[in-house]
Design a protein around this ligand. Structure first.
Ligand SMILES: Nc1ncnc2c1ncn2[C@@H]1O[C@H](COP(=O)(O)OP(=O)(O)OP(=O)(O)O)[C@@H](O)[C@H]1O
Ligand SMILES: [Mg+2]
Length: 306
């Protein structure tokens, strides 16, 4: 069982060494015990829009603000799992066991290189869940029920959804307080968005009346391209105040970091990608806790090899 800051072995974990990432604890920095857990599902049925990149790097940024974060990898591709340095094929317990075999979620949780960021990992075994859940009782609420026992141990739970609107995503919609929707700054950016919005309003009616939209996040913005600017204007025009002010630039460090099994904060803390996700964490904290509580502290890096 791994909850809080203990670090038992998990056979799926690659030996990446002791984390070397620290934050300064300062008075005025958000205090973990002051609010209830907030569960954010990062979703868009469109593939490759930056869901996993956002889950990993927002998770690391919130953890750098001394918040206890659990990232739930709900995608059979297991990209969040490998992107955080775990060997997804060597997992002894995964989200599949939690959803289908009633395994204790705490027994599947793994540490990551970032203090306070933990992972409920996934791998391709989860593909079977799509079929197996169709006959299971209360199948939409499996994840919600599993996470309930973890609420008091975390400040944020982030769910990295697969690129579909199937039963796994429906489980995320049932479990979440709010949705973060990444949209890639490309020509077909808004394609499929109305389908997603319809699914969200059906989810509100049937499985989760309190579900709200945390925000729409523009990702992979390339300021050299007119197209990126046009897409930004069009998304802001359509979705107005729901769009985060923070825009994630296209940045090579964000693309490279997962192949080293690291969030970008550990790969290159000074990169634009790293700063943009810290800014997103700040924006989210400011929405919920305006004022000095929302401060994301300055990061102190120790003994890191870039
Ligand atoms: N801001 C960025 N700058 C550069 N590359 C990025 C950025 N965001 C994501 N990428 C890259 O784009 C690809 C898709 O990103 P990611 O895996 O996060 O999308 P996804 O929505 O989770 O995809 P899927 O739908 O397959 O789960 C990855 O190779 C990732 O490294
Ligand atoms: Mg993904």
């Amino acid at each position: 069982m791994l909850i809080g800051q203990t670090r038992p072995e998990n056979s799926g974990r690659r030996d990446v060494g002791r984390l070397s990432f620290h934050v300064k604890r300062r008075p005025g920095v958000l205090c973990c015990s002051r609010f209830m857990v907030r569960i954010l599902a990062i979703t868009n049925q469109k593939g490759g829009v930056g869901k996993t990149t956002t889950a990993i790097n927002l998770g690391a940024s919130l953890a750098s603000a001394d918040l206890r974060v659990l990232l739930v990898d709900l995608d059979p591709q297991g990209n969040a799992t490998s992107g955080l340095g775990l060997d997804k094929d060597g997992l002894s317990t995964s989200i599949y066991d939690v959803l289908l075999r009633d395994a204790d979620p705490a027994s599947a949780i793994c540490p990551t290189e970032v203090d306070l960021l933990q992972l409920l990992p996934s791998n391709r075994e989860l593909i079977g869940a799509t079929v197996e859940l169709t006959t299971a009782s209360r199948r939409e609420f499996r994840l919600k029920r599993a996470l309930e026992s973890l609420h008091s141990h975390y400040d944020f739970i982030l769910i990295d959804c697969p690129p579909s609107l199937g039963i796994l995503t429906v489980n995320a919609l049932a479990a979440a307080d709010s949705l973060l929707i990444p949209i890639q700054c490309e020509y077909f950016a808004l394609e499929g968005l109305s389908e997603l919005m319809n699914t969200i309003s059906r989810a509100r009616q049937i499985i989760n009346p309190r579900l709200c939209i945390e925000g729409v996040l523009l990702t992979m913005y390339d300021e050299r391209l007119n197209l990126s600017g046009q897409i930004r204007e069009s998304v802001q025009e359509h979705l107005g105040h729901q769009v985060f002010q923070t825009i994630i630039p296209r940045n090579v460090c964000l693309a490279e970091a997962p192949s080293f099994g690291k969030p970008v904060l550990l790969y290159d803390a000074r990169s634009r990608g790293s700063n943009s996700y810290l800014q997103l964490a700040r924006e989210i904290l400011e929405r919920h806790f305006p004022g000095p509580l929302a401060e994301v502290p300055k990061i102190e890096k120790k003994g890191l090899s870039p």
